[in-house]
Design a protein around this ligand. Structure first.
Ligand code: CMP
Length: 134
């Protein structure tokens, strides 16, 4: 069974959307396997976004993701990585399809409420990063 690292970002937490975002996943046939809440260190943030290190938005992205608590979760289900991306929506909330999490709870391309693993390989790396005991 496939697993994905889904993380509510600081904007989703600050705006009080944790429950509603979790509910979106509960409505599908997915199982929540792990959840916690903490504020990411600079080191962890830089590791998590290492693929974007050369981008001009990298420093602002790290500042944002460490600006308050995040809620990383491990969700499990059939084809969850691909199908969760349909629930989450595209990176830019303004371009995201109606009724996706980013369209409903995101603000802009940086403050987009939620992260979801983009591949099976990255999901394994991200789950090990946030839940080393799993
Ligand atoms: P996510 O897909 O979870 O992981 C990479 C993040 O980089 C992405 O969400 C956005 O929050 C952020 N991002 C991507 N493109 C931009 C951009 N053009 N400007 C600012 N942030 C961005």
């Amino acid at each position: 069974m496939e697993q994905s690292l889904i993380m509510i970002k600081p904007d989703g937490v600050k705006q009080g959307n944790i429950g509603q975002i979790i509910h979106r996943f509960e409505q599908h046939d997915y199982q929540l396997r792990a959840i916690k809440m903490f504020t990411m260190s600079q080191e962890l943030a830089k590791q998590h976004y290492a693929a974007h290190k050369q981008k001009d938005f990298f420093d602002d992205l790290v500042a944002f993701i460490t600006s308050g608590p995040v809620v990383p979760m491990v969700w499990q289900g059939t084809d969850i990585i691909a199908s969760a991306r349909d629930i989450i929506g595209t990176t830019d909330p303004k371009a995201a399809k109606l009724n996706t999490i980013r369209a409903d709870f995101g603000t802009d391309v940086r403050h987009n409420a939620i992260h979801g693993s983009d591949s099976v390989e990255n999901a394994k790396i991200e789950i090990a990063r946030f839940f080393p005991d799993m």
